[in-house]
Design a protein around this ligand. Structure first.
Ligand code: DSN
Length: 430
């Protein structure tokens, strides 16, 4: 075998991927593009280094500059989220959730949670991290007309089950959770309140979604690469310091040695920069994301799509969810990809099989970061109509999508904005 050829094949695929996304409308609600400064951090020497523990208290030598970086990331996260406690070590939102489970539960403890078909993340499900910890799951009822938790029903569930943790936050997340009332009920029975903010972290930080830490959450977990447009990774935030509570010490140990040894140092550096950028631009970015999501949802609805949440203004987040016919989500997502629109099939309330869902979930956070506003959402809704309602040949629509996208490759809402977001940076020129 020619091993160089094998290696260059991988590089060619990465370049093709850059080209594909550069030409497409990327609308997966959990993704985003990196700012130039964040990108730079990913190819620094931090990438190959180890750190265990906390700044100033390390097992490994050689951490003095990284200690500065991690301390800065923590400081900026605390300012951004108005929190007293920030842990930037989790390598993903799932790892952040695992750390909470490790710290605050034992196997067979009871937790209350939304069903994944109603929008909960897989890490809160029996096949994910909650199952791995051996937790006993009790689901809240869901109001699929309002696309939100049924508050009275959920309060009754919490009172009956008396869980160790009451879990909130969603991966399909159109509207804020009525957290205050639910957190009061959870605290009454001695449960801790965990809010998974992965999808809406950037909207919360921009002050445009609910503020879970003010509404009763004991801890907020999140991922740093969705509406908070940093590197792939996780974060944990809370309002008590390690010194104020033994529970917070357990949380610290839940991350290390609980679910990490070293963590991704280059990503921590990029997180720090993403937090600084969000402090500078997050408010305007979050505001435009929500305007765009509302506009796109409305346009799709007017074109005849069965958009969920229609009696409630469709969405208050970056997401839109619409039904495409019983178990037809996969087929629709495939046609959209052939037309250059990258989105995912998604379960909608009532679906039973995760691999045969009936909906499409969209997110507008990446399109917004490329400078798109409400006018562009009108154009994009027309592409959806051509593919999924008019039944036009996807390849024909793709030509127009590629042409449309040519004007939207530059990144906004960050330092050094205006750089091409999809350019492949070659370090080896040969
Ligand atoms: N499952 C991812 C999503 O919501 O797309 C998040 O981890």
């Amino acid at each position: 075998m020619d091993w160089l050829k094998e290696a260059l094949f991988v590089r060619e695929m990465a370049m093709e991927n850059n080209r594909m996304f550069g030409d497409a409308l990327p609308m997966i609600a959990s993704e985003n593009i990196l700012s130039p400064l964040c990108k730079e951090m990913l190819i620094t020497d931090f990438h190959g280094r180890y750190a265990e523990g906390n700044p100033g208290k390390r097992y490994y030598q050689g951490c003095k500059f990284f200690d500065e970086v991690e301390s800065k990331a923590i400081e900026l996260a605390k300012i951004l989220f108005n929190a007293k406690y920030a842990d930037v070590r989790p390598t993903s939102g799932t790892v952040a959730n695992m750390a909470v489970f490790k710290a605050w539960t034992k196997p067979s403890d009871k937790v209350t949670v939304l069903d994944t078909a109603d929008g909960a993340h897989i890490s809160f499900g029996k096949w994910g991290a909650a199952g791995l910890r051996g937790l006993e799951l009790h689901t809240y009822p869901f109001d699929s007309e309002a696309m939100n938790i049924d508050v009275d029903g959920a309060i009754a569930t919490i009172r009956k089950v008396e869980p160790k943790l009451a879990l909130f936050g969603q991966s399909v997340f159109l509207f804020p959770t009525p957290l205050k009332e639910l957190a009061d009920a959870a605290h009454e029975v001695g449960a801790k309140v965990v809010y998974d903010a992965a999808h809406v972290l950037g909207l919360i930080a921009g002050g445009k979604f609910q503020q879970p830490l003010k509404e009763g959450a004991d801890v907020m977990t999140g991922s740093t690469h969705k509406t908070l447009p940093g590197p792939q990774g996780g974060v944990i935030l809370a309002n008590k310091t390690r010194d104020e509570s033994q529970d917070m010490k357990y949380l610290d140990w839940g991350v290390f040695p609980g679910v990490t040894s070293s963590y991704h140092l280059h990503h921590v550096a990029a997180k720090a920069i993403a937090f600084a950028e969000h402090l500078a631009f997050g408010k305007q970015y979050a505001e435009q994301i929500i305007k765009n999501a509302k506009k796109l949802a409305e346009e799709l609805y007017n074109h005849g799509f069965d958009v969920l949440g229609s009696n409630h203004g469709f969405t208050e987040s970056h997401q839109i969810l619409f039904k495409v016919g019983k178990e037809k989500g996969g087929e629709a997502a495939q046609k959209l990809e052939e037309a250059g629109i990258i989105a995912n099939m998604n379960m909608v309330p009532g679906d039973e099989h995760p691999m045969r869902p009936s909906g499409i979930r969209l997110g507008v956070q990446e399109l917004t970061r490329l400078g798109m506003k409400e006018g562009e959402m009108e154009e994009i809704a027309k592409f959806f109509k051509r593919v999924l309602i008019d039944g036009e040949e996807p390849a024909k629509v793709k030509k127009d999508v590629v042409e449309f996208k040519k004007n939207y490759r530059k990144i906004h809402y960050c330092f050094y904005e205006g750089e091409d977001a999809y350019e492949y940076i070659k370090l080896v020129q040969k």
